[in-house]
Design a protein around this ligand. Structure first.
Ligand code: BGC
Length: 755
């Protein structure tokens, strides 16, 4: 496809039409120029390819339902996530799909967000790395991706209109970073804007986010596509950086673009840029080889493997793995009717579904296994089901309780109202564990649930999240020990909803939601508060144990441009093979602005046979030490001391390595007319210039109050009183002693600094 030639041959009407979809899932073709339509399809953990391109809610063609993002993230295995991407691309090629609408990298600001199951983490570094891996996997096969939903779309409540009010530092460090990593490392073909407003402007018209940050700063070269129905003003959206409006057809939108160009209110160059990007995207799609069908069994097996690697063992008093059990009571509807995906646009029509009960039976052949439902499909109370479950549990050696949140609770379009399981489920767990202490709870949910009421009474808890179509296999393998669990949480499990960072600012009111907790979401919040949680970020148990030793850095003192390498030896000290996720957090000992206690900046997963030791090495670059400084308007790396924390979870730190970073370029001064005494004194140049002024002020103070600090006269320390006052205001009190009026005097000092 010759993009230049097609572009040159297109009429204004054809260009405008290309910028709006032709159908719900295709771009507009131009047959006379040989321009085909590109086909897009949801995403993100499998394909929802509808047979017709019209209609949004049709039953889709069978595709592999992989574990959703929450569970994929718990694998902390980028290579595995990449292989999911490759498999999804193979299915896309078989179903004539050019662009997969995913991954989603919105941060888990609150565990209540209805779509958390589609997102990876509360940590932007982890989410960004995983998204980049998925993108690389899909795009390696000539199929595009759509990184979504850009940006600050962290709830479903009023998602089409709500105004996310968030300060720039928080936006940069928390809400944009995962997008930035995924764009820089993955170069997705497209980025999907979100529905919501960000500080007053719709995501679909956001010049700052789309043109300046995404394209200007991060070098994104692809297409920006709207979320379905996110465009309000087609011309404003084009100017704001949005190339493709979906879904279509929308003749009035096309006409609006034509009219605007003809009226001179839209520069045709803006339209041409969007059209070129779209043509390039369509051309890339044409480059891939279509295939006939895909390997259903192989993809099902991959889905099982990912689920098995992502399942997080939260509690285990030693009951797991099950060994030599003869009488097993399987209780809970989800053992027979597995709950393995969430509601909304990501909902997949699976190629097949592994039934947990059947998979367990196949692996515990010799045991006698009873089954009862335990709870209904909805939240209704059914004491009769509890009675039956208690009888079966009491008669068995072990009770396996399969507990899934009712399927309608977690979905696109609305948020959860609480962290609770249903009352019936809680009552069931309590009643069963009261008669059978050897009770294992297996959970299916997309985001954290409260466990305080029952966790102490059960022997083990297995978090199987939304495990995808093959999750039944994975659960059976984990329970029986065929797979040693190695998943670790990519999000904090709080004790109670009231403890969560966004609790006081959720879900917003009067059309806006204020991100009042700022940088402090997830473990950044709990760390800073020293607050208790149910299970911390990065946590997960194994059937073996790991020892960390010989943690070391490549240099105790390093230059920012060189970065530093951290190595640690990890040994499997138990009796079975296993995998460990090593996490590396950075703690800044002193910074100009408040910073989280520590932040994840590296991780690695390592597989070890019993007794085996391997060295894990993680590299940190300058960005790992940097933060967004609003006064500098950029990421800055401040020179100074940091501690590198080698950890098995965010609260299980195995080694602390002190390092000092030096910087190649000193930071420019950001002093201005409003800078306080403290800020002047913290600035090396400012401090030097201020020295004579301070001397004069100290002498004046001595004249007034004698040798003391002034507390005799006013009952306070003069310096403490003024240290956070602008220098210019302080000088007003000494105006007579200055050669110039205070403002002119400070202006002179500032000029000397800038020279
Ligand atoms: C969702 C997107 C999805 C799109 C197309 C929207 O409602 O927010 O994630 O890709 O629909 O189905």
């Amino acid at each position: 496809m010759d993009v230049d030639k097609i572009l040159a041959g297109m009429t204004l009407e054809e260009k405008a039409a290309l910028c709006t979809g032709d159908t719900a899932w295709t771009t507009t073709p131009v047959e006379r120029l040989g321009l085909p339509a590109a086909v897009v399809s949801d995403g993100p953990h499998g394909l929802r390819r509808t047979p017709e391109n019209t209609g949004l809610g049709q039953r889709s063609l069978p595709a592999t339902c992989f574990p959703t993002a929450s569970l994929q993230a718990s694998t902390w295995n980028t290579a595995l996530v990449r292989s999911v991407g490759e498999a999804i691309a193979e299915e896309a090629l078989a179903m004539d799909v050019n662009v997969v609408l995913g991954p989603g990298v919105n941060m888990k600001r609150s565990p209540l967000c209805g779509r958390n199951f589609e997102y990876y983490s509360e940590d932007p570094f982890l989410a960004g790395q995983l998204a980049a891996a998925l993108i690389q996997g899909i795009q390696s096969r000539g199929v595009g991706t759509s990184l979504k939903h850009y940006a600050a779309n962290n709830q479903e409540f009023q998602r089409f209109s709500i105004d996310t009010r968030v300060d720039e530092r928080t936006l940069r460090e928390i809400y944009l970073t995962a997008f930035e990593i995924a764009v820089r490392q993955g170069q997705p073909w497209t980025v999907m804007c979100s529905y919501n407003k960000i500080n007053g402007t719709y995501g679909s018209e956001h010049d700052f986010l789309l043109n300046q940050v995404l394209r200007g700063e991060w070098g994104f070269e692809g297409v920006v596509v709207s979320d379905w129905g996110a465009v309000h003003n087609r011309v404003a959206a084009l100017k704001g950086g949005l190339d493709l409006e979906m879904p279509g057809p929308k003749p009035l939108r096309v006409q609006a673009v034509v009219d605007a160009v003809q009226a001179g209110t839209l520069d045709v160059a803006v339209l041409d840029r969007a059209v070129r990007r779209l043509l390039e995207m369509v051309a890339k799609g044409q480059g891939a080889q279509r295939t006939q069908g895909f390997d259903i069994e192989a993809h099902h097996a991959l889905a099982a493997r990912v689920a098995a690697e992502g399942i997080v063992l939260l509690k285990n008093d030693g009951i797991l793995p099950l060994c030599g059990v003869e009488r097993v009571a399987v209780i809970g509807r989800s053992a027979e009717q597995p709950h393995y995906q969430g509601g909304g646009s990501s909902h997949i029509n699976p190629t097949k579904v592994a039934v947990p009960l059947e998979e367990l039976r196949a692996r515990l052949g010799q045991a006698s296994i009873t089954y009862c439902e335990g709870y209904p499909a909805d939240a209704a109370a059914r004491p009769d089901l509890i009675g039956e479950a208690v009888a079966q549990a009491a008669a068995a050696e072990v009770a396996l309780l399969y507990i899934a949140l009712p399927s309608y609770i977690e979905s696109e379009g609305y948020d959860r109202q609480s962290l609770d399981l249903t009352e019936q489920q809680v009552a069931l767990i309590k009643a069963v564990s009261a008669v059978q202490p050897r009770t294992v709870v297996i959970l299916n949910n997309g985001a954290p649930v409260a466990m305080g009421e029952w966790i102490d009474g059960v022997a083990a808890v297995v978090e199987a999240y939304m495990m995808g179509q093959a999750g039944g296999v994975a659960i059976a393998e984990v329970l029986t020990g065929a797979v040693n669990p190695s998943g670790k949480l990519a999000e904090t499990f709080p004790e109670a909803l009231e403890d969560t960072p966004a609790y006081l600012n959720w879900p917003g009111e009067a059309g806006a939601v204020r991100y009042g907790e700022g940088l402090f979401i997830g473990y950044r919040y709990y760390d800073k508060k020293g607050a208790r949680v149910l299970f911390p970020f990065g946590y997960g148990l194994s059937y073996t144990s790991f020892a960390y030793s010989n943690a070391r850095v490549s240099a105790d003192t390093f230059m920012d441009v060189d970065g530093v390498q951290v190595s640690v030896d990890v040994t499997n000290t138990g009796c079975v093979a296993g995998q460990e996720v090593v996490q590396l957090y950075v703690h800044d000992c002193q910074a100009d602005l408040v910073r989280p206690e520590k932040e994840l900046k590296g991780f690695a997963k390592v597989a070890l046979e019993p007794g085996e030791t391997r060295t894990v090495t993680i590299t940190l670059d300058a960005r790992a030490f940097s933060y967004w400084h609003p006064d500098h308007g950029r990421w800055i790396a401040e020179p100074g001391d940091f501690t590198l924390l080698v950890a098995a979870s965010s609260v299980d730190v195995r080694a602390c390595l002190p390092v000092t970073m030096q910087v190649s370029q000193p930071l420019p001064s950001v002093l201005d007319m409003e800078s306080t005494m403290r800020e002047w004194l913290a600035d090396p140049q400012g401090k030097a210039l201020l020295a004579p002024v301070l001397e004069e002020m100290a002498a004046a103070s001595r004249r007034l109050f004698g040798e003391g600090d002034g507390s005799e006269g006013l009952g306070l320390n003069i310096m403490d009183m003024f240290v956070d006052t602008p220098l210019v205001s302080v000088l007003e009190f000494r105006a007579g002693a200055l050669p110039k009026p205070p403002e002119a005097f400070v202006a002179d000092l500032l000029q000397q600094i800038r020279r």
